[in-house]
Design a protein around this ligand. Sequence first.
Ligand code: NAD
Length: 245
Amino acid sequence: MKEERDKQVAIVTGAARGIGRAIAVELAGAGYYTVINYRSDLEAAEKTLQLVTESGGVGEIYGFDIREADRVEEVVNDIAERLGRIDVLVNNAGIIKDGLFMMMDRESWQAVIDTSLNGFYNMTRPVIEKMVRARSGSIVSISSASSMLPNRGQANYSAAKAGLNAASRVVASEVARLGIRVNVVAPGLIETDMIADAPKDHIKTLIPMARIGRPEEVAKVVAFLCSDAASYMTGQILSVNGGMC
Ligand code: NAD
């Protein structure tokens, strides 16, 4: 336990599967004590922890919903108190509820904004408070190519992710002098459950590399941004999308 307490601490939201799971495994491999957040699928979160352990890493699972601001604040305080520090936050959790805008009901609009944009606020605000006190920290949020391209059927998702980009750049500029870096990774199409129903053959024709990305290919860029190798980078949006411009 002593050795675990000496490690830097990373929190990854939505880490029970997909890109979040790959990020958790990558960061644990890089030496962070990794807090694996999940919303409802405990078994999947345990699988992520198993992968972390198998790769020689350490961490824990923590169930909470990033939309619940009060609960998130409690969780962040608990992690900071128990583990003594929070060095990295990866805002990864996200959902899609696609549909043409003229048919989009309020619930579909609200749910996506609540998760990606309000979830960013709910997590980042209490974490940044701890980081400011420590004069150190790195925050990486997972946006999307949809935040920059007009992807039909994703007005809610594009708005939430574009908001995430903008908020991240503002926060980055506010805390840069305090030793905290805030960056964004914008993936293109990545092979996860989220895109299980997407028309992949058609989409592949739009990707210069002509293939869909793997979660690990996003995770490595996130780990780079978290690390000291990116010590002079903040307020940046890095695309990981097979060459789509
Ligand atoms: P995924 O659906 O496999 O995983 C998303 C995870 O987030 C799930 O485990 C889910 O339970 C969790 N989550 C959702 N709402 C939550 C909440 N309120 N609280 C806590 N956890 C919550 O999707 P993925 O493809 O791994 O997506 C990860 C991130 O990458 C998302 O932000 C997504 O928008 C983004 N992204 C994905 C792609 C892609 O092609 N897969 C492309 C661009 C961006």
